[in-house]
Design a protein around this ligand. Structure first.
Ligand code: ZN
Length: 256
């Protein structure tokens, strides 16, 4: 662990260059590990063990219904010092739902996670970090999250672990992307067996190559960001726009 980075959330905001034209103020070589879609018995434990073996902390964007079905595992994530964050209740494409239904799914999600992890669900979320499934945000939902002082997390790069790749292929892909990007917020999935399989070696390689893991935690004040490099464009919007096109046109599975 190189350092803990407090992330201010007053007034909301959004980070992650795959979707947004700004990201966290990380130094070159710094990496923020994020895991989505858990907790999942049999897999999240192995992710936690691998992180513990290397003494590093990560952020877990949990699905509410998963946390509700395995509360002890959800609570273990927090007990071991990782950051718990939210990823909706049922993982829908939120921007395609009517606003009230989308908001209810997000609220149900953080209530379920808070109940599982801390034993109590309040009107406002216990933690101020949220990630939209598939990064499919909307202006109205962003505005509502901002009113709750919640920051929306995209990612600077991902391991494409929703694709049919081997653990070795995933390892090489994500390390290559990290070398090219000189670090950043990396999206992984603790529910993916290939990610579970490659994580111990991935963490060792990060250390060997001189990357430093940064643990993000909620902090005081407003979100501080750095702008995207020149020539930036949203890769998420392109992927989302490609979904639902007729067969035969190029399309890729959505990031989760
Ligand atoms: Zn997801």
């Amino acid at each position: 662990m190189s350092r803990t980075l407090p992330v201010g959330t007053v007034g909301g905001g959004a980070v992650g260059l795959k979707t947004y034209p700004q990201t966290l103020r990380l130094a070159p070589g710094e990496v923020v590990l994020t895991f989505d879609d858990g907790p999942m018995p049999g897999r999240t434990e192995k992710i936690l063990d691998a992180l513990s073996n290397q003494c590093v902390k990560a952020t877990f964007f949990m699905i509410g219904r998963n946390a509700a079905s395995t509360p002890a595992l959800a609570a273990r994530v927090a007990k071991e010092g990782h950051t718990v964050a939210y990823h909706s209740m049922t993982h829908p494409v939120l921007r395609r739902l009517p606003f009230e239904r989308a908001r209810a799914d997000i609220e149900n999600g953080y209530h379920a996670v808070d109940k599982a992890v801390w034993g109590v669900a309040r009107e406002r979320p216990h933690q101020p970090f949220f990630r939209f499934p598939g990064f499919a945000d909307s202006p109205a939902l962003n505005q509502w999250l901002a009113s709750l002082d919640v920051v929306a997390f995209g990612a600077d790069l991902w391991a494409s672990d929703w694709e049919p790749e081997t653990p070795q292929e995933e390892l090489e892909l994500v390390l290559g992307r990290l070398e090219k990007n000189k670090g950043g917020i990396v999206l992984l999935h603790d529910i993916q067996p290939r990610t579970v399989a490659m994580l111990p070696q991935f963490l060792q390689e990060l250390k060997r190559r001189g990357f430093r893991i940064v643990h993000i935690v909620p902090g005081p004040g407003e979100l501080e960001t750095k702008p995207a490099p020149a020539g930036w464009f949203s890769q998420t919007e392109r992927i989302l726009a490609n979904q639902g096109k007729p067969a035969g046109q190029p399309r890729r599975a959505p990031p989760h």
